[in-house]
Write a protein that binds this ligand. Structure first.
Ligand SMILES: Cc1cc2nc3c(=O)[nH]c(=O)nc-3n(C[C@H](O)[C@H](O)[C@H](O)COP(=O)(O)OP(=O)(O)OC[C@H]3O[C@@H](n4cnc5c(N)ncnc54)[C@H](O)[C@@H]3O)c2cc1C
Ligand code: FES
Length: 268
């Protein structure tokens, strides 16, 4: 695929808009919110990223990645017009059809907004299918918030409630959002659990403290969804690299309900 456009989102975080070089591939390619792909740089290897653009927006896909090591380092050095490899889509999906008629509560932290951006745009593009849509998003600092333009767009939409927060000390003098960790802000906002699906993506520590708050608000294990990011190799259930308990995260996931996660071994 050709790297059509590069957006600098935050320190060490970039979004690539990718276009199929072969128009037939572009025509045939379909995916659903929640799925991921394997992105490769010649001679360096492959990295797993979710598809961060919405399936309702055709003709391109986007991924957002943080420079973490070998492959993401090589990707970060690319320029617009260069070519990368892509294979996918892999994995299961957010069941957005089952969520029709419900309120949606999106809770994300840091670089975990990309897996959620896909399903947020997907449900916003089908806005009439859902009741209230609330997004709670936090990052360490104002600088670390990704998709700053989209946050502004969501903030201005009358049909979306957006709450942004930064960790104490991460604010700038003109910061108008909340200051505090995501679970604390969630407790303060206290969205109703009635007819509501909660989708949570974030670093493990955020997830750990967010689930109990959701439970306190009355969410059940079946109404809480998250995505896992186990290290992967093949991406389609052959190598066993991503195995945890009875699941292959690449095939049975990456989307899981809290009910499913509770069936995993304790150390997980
Ligand atoms: C389903 C799925 C979706 C993902 N979506 C995204 C995304 O949208 N954006 C994004 O930036 N990243 C995402 N990741 C994580 C991403 O795959 C890794 O950060 C990336 O592969 C690192 O590659 P590398 O070669 O640069 O790092 P390496 O050189 O292989 O490793 C560098 C460091 O990163 C750590 N690391 C590597 N892979 C992972 C991982 N999967 N989880 C935690 N730590 C890891 C290594 O332990 C090491 O410390 C996703 C992972 C999965 C499984
Ligand atoms: S990554 Fe190979 S089985 Fe999941």
């Amino acid at each position: 695929m050709e790297v059509e456009k590069i957006t600098e989102e935050a320190p060490e975080v970039k979004t690539f808009r990718l276009k199929f070089k072969n128009p037939e591939d572009a025509e045939k390619f379909e995916f659903k919110a929640g799925q991921f792909g394997e992105y490769s740089v010649m001679g360096e290897g492959e990295s797993t990223f979710c598809i961060a653009s919405a399936p309702t927006r055709k003709g391109y896909i986007e991924c957002t990645f943080r420079k973490a090591g070998r492959v993401t380092g090589a990707l970060a050095n690319l320029e617009e017009g260069e070519t990368i490899g892509f294979r996918g889509p892999y994995g299961n999906v957010f069941p957005i059809d089952e969520w029709k008629g419900k309120n949606l509560l999106y809770i994300a932290g840091g670089i975990a907004l990309p897996p959620m951006r896909c399903v947020i745009w997907n449900t916003l593009d089908l806005r009439e299918n859902y009741k209230d849509i609330t997004i709670i998003y936090g990052a360490r600092s104002v600088e670390d918030l990704v998709y700053k333009n989209e946050l502004k767009e969501w903030e201005e939409r009358p049909d979306v409630k957006l709450v942004t927060t930064v960790d104490p000390g991460g604010q700038t003098p003109d910061w108008k959002g909340e200051i505090g960790f995501v679970p604390t802000v969630l407790e303060k906002v206290a969205p109703s659990s009635k007819d509501t699906i909660a989708i949570v993506c974030g670093p493990p520590i955020m997830i750990k403290y967010t689930f109990p708050v959701l439970e306190k608000l009355g969410f059940t294990d079946e109404t809480i969804y998250t995505t896992l990011e186990n290290r992967m190799k093949c991406g389609f259930g052959k190598c066993g690299r991503c195995n945890v308990g009875k699941y292959f995260v690449c095939k049975d996931g990456p989307v899981f309900t809290l009910k499913q996660l509770k069936e995993l071994p304790d150390e997980y």
